[in-house]
Design a binder for this molecule. Structure first.
Ligand SMILES: Cc1ncc(COP(=O)(O)O)c(C=O)c1O
Length: 387
């Protein structure tokens, strides 16, 4: 069965992990720091804190930024649950802004409109979380301008766009957002099994995130209220065990060496899909703004099932019969029962994201998906929609 995403592991990755398993450190040790340094160099970040998942990274980002009850944090409805859940974890109030119909990322004009609307009723938005959906960077210049104008915090949930370029720059993320979160789940551009990181150029935020990664513990002499000796630590705030292990980080550093090749291969597959579908009625390929280079974590194809008079579930079933397991990214978060019940969101509130959801299918895309399999996926889709 061909799935929409999958890790690519080579002998170098296996050797790197085995070497650590033979050593002294199994949980957080020196290789975590090496991985953090490697990530810092690749993404141009002064500080990187590797953690146990992308969800943990988002949770710690919200806590480090001091979100609390009463704060309003805006994000896109077109993302994985974790992006919005981290707002809830902090006790803050989530709200959404619809996506831009060309890039599928949060629409900055609508963000500003919403921020202003809150102001007119005496409420201030605390932060915006942009998501570089599918591997297409948001309009970060516009989001940064809004963040500066209205004194908002800006987070980049960067899980989908490792290796993408914004204005020719692969290191764009830390140049615009205050905190960047990444995930190294197996379907992502590089993997550590489970894993993630928070990247930033702000040393205060980084120090806080490091403390919260390990129960809020500190041995920093500038913070300690007392100091009984070299064993002594204190806790001034509640943290978590969000540590990542040395063997996971050995895998991460090894994978990072292949990231450029991984992105290149994803782009080749995307080009093949583009060529197959761009001239076909009722199909819409993902567009790329001329200011960016996509890194194709996903290949979201839109199929106008209504106009085709086809049923999406039926289409999925037929693809599965051809051994192709598609996915949909995402069921808009405001439509989740939890968000509807607790925050009163309704169908129709974010129409662009909702229409996108109805039409979207995520096609298989990962570095070691063979040329023949890419052909097979493309041909199966064309056949099913034409019969
Ligand atoms: C946009 C986005 N944010 C956050 C996450 C959460 O990452 P993790 O699965 O590593 O917790 C994911 C992963 O699926 C994601 O796609």
């Amino acid at each position: 069965m061909i799935s929409y995403g999958k890790q690519t592991i080579d002998q170098g990755d296996i050797d790197a992990v085995v070497e650590i398993l033979k050593g002294d450190w199994l949980t957080q040790g020196p290789v975590v720091e090496t991985f953090e340094d490697d990530l810092g160099k690749y993404f141009g970040a002064k500080h990187v804190c590797a953690v146990s998942s992308g969800t943990a990274a988002l949770h710690l980002a919200g806590l480090a930024l001091g979100w609390q009850p009463g704060d309003i944090v805006i994000t896109t409805p077109l993302t994985f649950l974790a992006t919005a859940n981290c707002i809830v974890y902090a006790g803050a109030t989530p709200d959404f802004v619809d996506i831009d119909s060309a890039t599928y990322t949060i629409d900055p004009n609508l963000v500003e409109k919403k921020v202003k609307a809150y102001r007119t009723v005496g409420q201030n938005v605390k932060a915006i979380i942009g998501v570089d959906y599918a591997g297409h960077p948001c309009d970060w210049k516009a989001l940064r301008e809004i963040a500066n104008k209205y004194e908002l915090q800006l987070v980049n949930d960067n899980c989908h766009s490792l290796g993408a370029k914004y204005f020719g720059d692969k290191q764009y993320a830390v140049k615009y957002a205050d905190l960047i979160t990444q995930s190294y789940h197996p379907v992502k551009h590089l993997t550590t099994g489970e894993g993630g990181a928070v990247l930033t150029n702000n040393s205060d935020l980084d120090e806080k995130i490091r403390r919260l990664r390990t129960h809020g513990m500190t041995k920093d002499e500038n913070i300690l209220e007392e100091n009984d000796g070299p064993w002594y630590y204190e806790m001034h705030e509640v943290g978590y065990n969000y540590r990542i292990t040395d063997f996971q980080c050995a895998l991460g550093s090894s994978q990072l060496k292949n990231l450029n090749n991984f992105v290149e291969r994803r782009c080749e597959i995307a080009k093949r899909y583009d060529d197959s579908f761009s001239d076909i009625d009722y199909l819409k390929i993902p567009k790329t703004k001329n200011t960016i280079e996509h890194s194709y974590h996903l290949y979201p194809l839109q199929i106008d099932f209504d106009k085709l008079k086809k049923n999406k579930s039926e289409f999925f079933k037929k693809m599965k019969e051809s051994s192709i397991n598609l996915q949909v990214h995402y069921n808009p978060i405001h439509l989740q029962p939890y968000y509807r019940k607790n925050y009163g969101f309704k169908k129709g509130e974010f129409p662009v994201a909702e229409r996108f959801y109805r039409n979207e299918v995520s096609l298989p895309i990962y570095p070691n998906l063979s040329k023949d399999n890419v052909e097979m996926v493309a041909n199966s889709i064309l056949e099913i929609i034409s019969t």
